[in-house]
Write a protein that binds this ligand. Sequence first.
Ligand code: SF4
Length: 160
Amino acid sequence: MLRVLHIVEGTSVDGPGLRTSIYLAGCSRHCPGCHNPASWNFQGGEERTIDELMQVIAYNEAPVTLSGGDPLQQPRGTRELIQRVKRELGYNVWCFTGYTWEEIVGDPVLLDTVRELDVLVDGPFVAAERDISLRFRGSRNQRLIDVQRTLDSGMLTLWK
Ligand code: SF4
């Protein structure tokens, strides 16, 4: 089960190509200048089963982006959804989070959650680092991390 704020089908702003973006409810970080403060409420939106979300994703036949809120603050459902999209549909999956990669690798639950992702956009929005010229992220501290290459090599590798 995941608490979902909304789903945008066929969007091009949350990663390359036309994607199905799923916005999950809840973020405890409350960054000043956050692009979406309405997403902070963990009781926002509605409960959706993983099966329901898989049906929407399969119907759209498109890669997937998880955003929010912070998907890693619903780690159990997020992990299950990522695993099922990768294993059953084979689609590319991106995830945005306020956690840094260094925080994630130090936490077994979070690391397990992102283990099958393609790209993780890490770190909170930092207003002092804001840069509107960046693709797919709002501030310079945030990185587009190639998760599989990073895990294989043991060295943080950026997506190109
Ligand atoms: S981590 Fe993301 S969603 Fe959460 S407050 Fe910061 S910018 Fe907003």
